[in-house]
Design a protein around this ligand. Structure first.
Ligand SMILES: NC(=O)c1ccc[n+]([C@@H]2O[C@H](COP(=O)([O-])OP(=O)(O)OC[C@H]3O[C@@H](n4cnc5c(N)ncnc54)[C@H](O)[C@@H]3O)[C@@H](O)[C@H]2O)c1
Ligand SMILES: N[C@@H](CCC=O)C(=O)O
Length: 515
């Protein structure tokens, strides 16, 4: 009997003991930098000629580790291993599969600060963000283990006299898991273990920006007792091995989290049936966002400003849930803007290894260039009121930036920037607020700040996003409490960390026996 699910508590770093423990973990991880990590195919360590070198985005020349990169031949080997392991793994009792996830959660919990320290170093996450990422990974393991236990016997259906009907769920087959850099532990681990606990075998291709923390996670799954071939670790170029595996006739499903551009490409490619393929591939695609904090005329002004600033600048705006647009009623626009500027100016930007840092770097040079070019666009589309500068001396740092008085159709109001840039836009009425809130092609998260019950009720009906938050930030969904996923071009609304998620990795089977 497992205990009821409760989310993993976040670490309080104002407690000296916790702060010291985290500093110790950083010291330990610093002493392990530069290691080499092989591919893992059918339980065997494999090194290839090519490597992915992972560097600290806050200290550009500091090597976190090098990870072997798969090519098509190795991807094919991994596919064969996963295909063969599926015939055995699918027969493992669901209880045993779930137990393995609980074991892995326990291992990560014991090494929690070590994992978070890797996230600080490899992804540039400040302490709190890294701690939340690790806690979320533990939550996914704990939550999906229990979900599998709930689903293992299927769901009851009716039977008439003289028949016995059953409705159960069976796994799909081999899944290709492709994960992004921004939740390098939580999303990578969550998407991987959801597939595995449901009885599938997988090929995991993590982000090339954050492969080391993924390698560490795969080691944990091995330590927890995962049989060989169930989880094959194949970092590599998305373009080279990505296309090969998406097209592969033995791929049964793809679980992708990342940008809209890559997600749409995968969705399109996966639709084609290749010779030897005897199913239609299933695609889970969780993609980008252009998320809005909407401020009503009667809103608490301090709450509004804080919700805007922390939704927009947490992890340097590199969350699909980031509130990159503030849409504010004209009656309070100037006051909210002033308060948001003041809060923004007080944010500490710097090396995320320092406990006091609120915002670290962005992930790499390409992200830096893209964000800075959007700031240039923003300067033409609106009024730069704070930030706007980049600093490449040691890492990829960009000041938290607010661009005010932006038109609702402006590019910085429509396109995902994925950096610390918030566009402020004025609305004339409550209807106008909602109209602007819904005017993008995305539909991931949104926050509505208001004291009006009537407006809150209408926002619940009319604000078209997968995750709507009232009187708080639009980031920080908790597994099992706020299932996460978006509408429209934000993806297939798979709702990670929710009660329907595992079903996306299974197919239902009806068995009707005449008595
Ligand atoms: N909706 C969500 O739940 C969610 C969560 C996190 C991030 N995101 C989105 O992810 C993006 C940021 O992450 P990113 O920069 O790592 O995204 P990305 O799309 O650049 O990369 C994601 C993954 O896809 C791989 N990839 C790249 N080209 C590929 C190809 N042709 N075929 C197969 N795989 C390929 C990458 O190597 C990486 O592993 C943002 O758009 C963000 O909004 C969405
Ligand atoms: N689940 C995270 C966002 C994941 C995407 O980047 C949140 O709710 O803030």
């Amino acid at each position: 009997m497992v205990t009821a699910y409760r989310h993993e508590p976040l670490t309080d770093f104002t407690v000296d003991e916790n702060k010291l423990a985290f500093m110790e973990a950083l010291k330990q991880v610093n002493s392990q930098l530069g290691k080499k990590y092989p591919l893992i195919i059918n339980g065997e360590r494999v090194t290839s000629g090519a490597v992915i070198a992972s560097y600290n985005p806050a200290r550009k020349t500091e090597l976190i580790g090098t990870v072997s990169a798969a090519n098509k031949e190795l991807a094919e080997e991994a596919m064969q291993a996963a295909y063969s392991a599926f015939s055995v793994w699918k027969k493992w009792p669901p209880e045993a599969r779930a137990h393995l996830l609980l074991k892995a959660a326990a291992i990560i919990r014991k090494r929690k600060h070590e994992f978070s320290a890797y996230l600080v170093k490899e992804a540039g996450k400040p302490w709190k963000e890294a701690d939340a990422d690790t806690a979320e990974a533990i939550d996914f393991l704990e939550y999906y283990a229990r979900q599998m236990l709930d689903l293992k016997d299927g769901v009851p259906v009716n039977s008439r006299d003289g028949e016995n009907n059953r409705y159960t769920y069976i796994p799909l087959g081999v899944g290709v898991i492709i994960s992004p850099f921004n939740f390098p532990l939580a999303i990578m681990a969550g998407t991987t273990v959801a597939a595995i606990v449901a009885g599938n075998t997988v090929l995991l291709k993590p982000s090339n920006n954050t492969p080391v923390v993924a390698a560490k996670f795969v080691e944990v799954m091995e330590e927890a007792g995962l049989p060989k071939g169930v989880l094959n670790f194949i970092p590599g170029s998305g373009a080279k091995i990505g296309d090969y595996l998406i097209d592969h006739p033995k791929t049964r499903f793809v679980s992708f989290t990342g940008s809209r551009e890559v997600g749409c490409r995968i969705y399109d490619r996966a639709a084609k049936v290749h010779p030897g393929q005897v199913w239609l591939k299933r695609v889970i695609a969780e993609m980008g966002g252009k998320d809005t904090v909407v401020v009503d005329e009667d809103a608490d002004l301090d709450l509004a400003a804080a919700s805007i600033v922390y939704s927009g600048f947490g992890f340097s705006g590199q969350k699909c849930s980031a509130g990159s647009r503030a849409v504010v009623h004209e009656k309070i626009y100037e006051q909210v803007l002033e308060k948001a500027i003041a809060l923004t100016k007080a944010l500490t930007v710097g090396n995320p290894e320092e406990a006091e840092t609120y915002m670290g770097p962005v992930i790499d040079q390409a992200a830096f260039n893209k964000i800075m070019s959007y700031i240039d666009i923003g300067k033409k589309e609106g009024r730069l009121v704070t930030g706007g500068e980049g600093d490449l001396e040691q890492g990829f740092f960009i000041q938290p930036t607010i661009i005010a008085d932006v038109d609702e159709k402006a590019r910085i109001m429509q396109e995902e920037i994925f950096g610390p840039v918030i566009a402020f836009c004025k609305a004339e009425s409550f209807d106008h607020l909602l109209q602007i809130a819904n005017n993008t092609e995305y539909g991931l998260t949104g926050a509505f700040i208001s004291k009006s019950r009537e407006h809150i009720e209408r926002a619940q009906q009319e604000f078209h996003v997968g995750n709507l938050y009232i009187n708080r930030t639009c980031t920080g969904a908790i597994v099992g409490y706020q299932p996460f996923g978006g509408f429209q071009m934000s993806g297939t609304d798979s709702k990670a960390g929710g009660p329907d998620y595992l079903l996306l990795h299974m197919q239902a089977k009806t068995i009707s026996e005449a008595l």
